[in-house]
Design a protein around this ligand. Structure first.
Ligand code: HAM
Length: 420
């Protein structure tokens, strides 16, 4: 029988490179934790209706990419394709918005699923770290989120990325624009599917990547020219706050996101070393989503950064994160008595907070030392019968090769001193 392989469009995170993924997740989360965002975790699946209503019936995500299924009990569920609808659902369900403490600021980290055509940077199972600020309309909140995402990427050493910024208007001005755009689009030479899209989601036609379509779009009405005064002022304030914070951005009047819930501020972080899957993160304001899923009016804003693509961006810029070695001390026992004694020391060192590993399986000295080197440890703790008879172990510096005999009951202190 042949062995199993990971399903199409998925891959496994495996040491040592998995350490980079963990570090990226932590780097994205750190500025959020430092800015009043609390951690939230929601189920990997939800009622399919939540996404249909939240993300939008006309989006690719809902019509083509959802892992939807019916359970044995007859529930219609879907693996989550994104985190915003679930987070808002959970916040409403827990009445977080009623505590009189708005905005409710939440962050999350997890796996998401979209049945997309796999290619480099586009997977069917991928990982996001996201943030949502629920219940307040304040340009400073939009700016805060963009500033924090920027800070995460900078802290990883990334620099070859750009922030694209747009406003999609609100329920006052967007319908007027939508109608004007539809009028324009209906006059173009377009295929059947695109013509259908004009009727359900005309803004998405602007996002069509085909050159034949883009050529025809020259002269299309721009949302920018239809924004109402309130949306214009709001957007100008977001732009000013970003500029004051020293965060560079590009106005992109054509930026349309793939989810229907956006209003006003929308943005995308694109990395220039990634080819076609260049969006490393994106987000925006979604002032109507709460009502769309049955809640009260709760203007909100958020983003999600893709962990997989952020790791690819690090590779594209040739950045290797400076990660601490997983193991600081590696214990190598020679003989049965040494195994017993050193195993005790390993436990003691771990309790003292020193990352320690042990040569299991009765390896010979040569093999055990090879494992010690491979572990990345700075120190090896080697003991044979003769050392133990004298109450000693050998502490070996694996970089310099220098070796000193240390009294058994001084091991923890000596190791600490050597690592300091
Ligand atoms: P999104 O733009 O669909 O937004 O996804 C955010 C990020 O997740 C993308 O920029 C990308 O890095 C990553 N991503 C998405 N799909 C894939 C895939 N198939 N393979 C690899 N990476 C992928 C959202 O999901 C919104 N919920 C963001 C948001 C939060 N808006 C407001 N709050």
């Amino acid at each position: 029988m042949s062995t199993f392989q990971a399903p199409k469009g998925t891959y496994d995170l495996i040491p040592p490179s998995s350490a980079t993924y963990l570090a990226v997740r932590e780097a994205i989360a750190a500025p959020l934790r430092n800015s009043g965002y609390g951690y939230i975790e929601t189920p990997g699946f939800e009622n399919v209706e939540l996404f249909a209503r939240g993300v939008g019936e006309s989006t690719d995500i809902v019509t083509k990419e959802m892992y939807a299924f019916e359970t044995k009990g007859g529930d219609k569920l879907a693996l989550r394709p994104e985190g915003t609808a679930s987070t808002l659902r959970a916040a409403l369900e827990a009445n977080l918005h009623k505590g009189g403490n708005l905005p409710v600021k939440l962050w999350y980290s997890g796996s998401y699923y979209r049945y997309e055509r796999p290619q480099k940077g586009r997977y069917r199972h991928f990982s996001q770290v996201g943030a949502e600020a629920i219940g307040v309309e304040d340009p400073a909140l939009d700016a805060e989120l963009i500033i924090l995402a920027n800070q995460s990427y900078r802290s990883l050493g990334l620099s070859d990325f750009r922030i694209l910024l747009n406003s999609l208007g609100d329920k006052e001005c967007r319908p007027v624009y939508r109608a004007a755009l539809q009028d324009f689009l209906r006059g173009l030479e377009l295929d059947e599917e695109t013509r259908r899209r004009i009727e359900i989601n005309p803004l998405r036609v602007l996002d069509d990547k085909r050159e034949s379509v883009q050529e025809q779009l020259i002269g299309a009405p721009m949302l920018r020219d239809y924004l109402c005064e309130a949306c214009k002022t709001y957007h100008e304030q977001v732009r000013e706050l970003l500029t004051a914070a020293g965060v560079a951005f590009e106005d992109d009047p054509k930026l349309v996101r793939g989810l229907d819930y956006y209003t006003r501020t929308t943005f995308e972080f694109v990395h220039d070393g990634l080819g076609s899957q260049s969006a490393v993160g994106g987000g925006g304001r979604y002032d109507g989503l709460s009502e769309m899923i049955g809640g009260p009016a709760l203007p909100s804003v958020g983003w999600a950064l893709g962990v997989d693509r952020t790791v690819l961006a690090l590779e594209a810029e040739g950045i290797t994160l400076d990660l601490p070695a997983a193991t600081s001390v590696y214990a190598v026992p020679l003989g049965e008595e040494a195994r017993r004694v050193l195993f005790g020391k390993v436990t003691e060192l771990r309790l003292a907070g020193v990352a320690t590993d042990f040569a299991y399986g009765g390896k010979g000295l040569k093999n055990a030392m090879k494992s010690a080197n491979r572990s990345g440890a700075r120190l090896a703790l080697v003991a044979g019968e003769r050392d133990l008879a004298e109450g000693l172990v050998q502490l070996k510096d694996l970089q310099s090769g220098e070796q000193t005999a240390v009294a058994l009951d001084a091991v923890v202190d000596e190791v600490r001193r050597a690592l300091a």
